[in-house]
Design a protein around this ligand. Structure first.
Ligand SMILES: [Ca+2]
Ligand SMILES: [Ca+2]
Length: 220
């Protein structure tokens, strides 16, 4: 029996070592990628989190970069938050965890605010020590983009058969070259200021063709 005891001790130690190595940290960076549809500069309730946007995450400690890669936001909805799995080695103390975005052409990042140009924005907690049991996610990341331009879309068509609806068989297509008029106002609805008051020409044609009128870059 005295011979067997050390052998069991070794086996148990090896099993314990595997258990510690195999205990992955289920730690996520969570946040919301949204579009500032009304150009208010803040997230409104109808401006939902969106999937499919590319962000970049960088995690470093005092001596090395642990993660430095693009990822795509993976959830959407009112409470939908992207969740990026952070397989940080246990025992790591991060010196920075940042998520950044270079917005795609046609968009400007407005949240986080006040970071200037070039349009690379990052923020995040630092000095966090991870253990194998760490499950407290990093949360609060919020990225809001504004479209650089807004457009009004629509269809100008002739009701050829007089049934007060656009035929779905393509016989009443959208028409280009027709004159419409745009009135755009801003400010207090009781005392608005005119921004645009002009004719414009419909610019597309076809069954699914919609005219596109570029709106001025002001809050709506
Ligand atoms: Ca907004
Ligand atoms: Ca019709």
């Amino acid at each position: 029996m005295h011979i067997m005891k050390p052998r069991w001790t070794i086996i148990l130690s090896v099993l314990l070592l595997f258990a510690l190595v195999g205990a992955a940290s289920a730690l996520y960076a969570e946040g919301c990628k949204w579009v500032d549809l009304n150009k208010s500069g803040s997230k409104d309730t109808n401006e939902l989190c969106q999937a499919g946007w590319t962000l970049h995450i960088k995690v470093t400690n005092a001596t090395a970069t642990i993660r430095d890669e693009d990822f795509v936001t993976n959830t959407a909805g009112t409470t939908g938050k992207f969740n990026y799995l952070l397989p940080v080695p246990a025992g790591t103390t991060t010196s920075s965890v940042t998520i950044s975005e270079i917005p795609p052409t046609g968009y400007t990042v407005v949240v986080p605010a006040g970071v200037g140009n070039p349009p690379t924005y990052s923020y995040g907690p630092a000095g966090k020590t991870y253990t194998a049991a760490t499950t407290t996610n990093l949360s609060g990341f919020s990225f809001g983009n504004q479209p650089d331009t807004y457009t009004a879309e629509g269809c100008y068509w002739i009701d050829a058969n007089g049934d007060s609806q656009q035929a779905t068989d393509g016989s009443e297509p959208c028409l280009a070259g027709k004159t419409l008029h745009a009135n755009v106002w801003e400010g207090n609805p009781a005392n608005p200021s005119p921004i645009k008051d002009e004719d414009f020409q419909t610019n597309t044609a076809g069954t699914g063709g919609k005219f596109s009128y570029t709106l001025p870059a002001v809050p709506y």
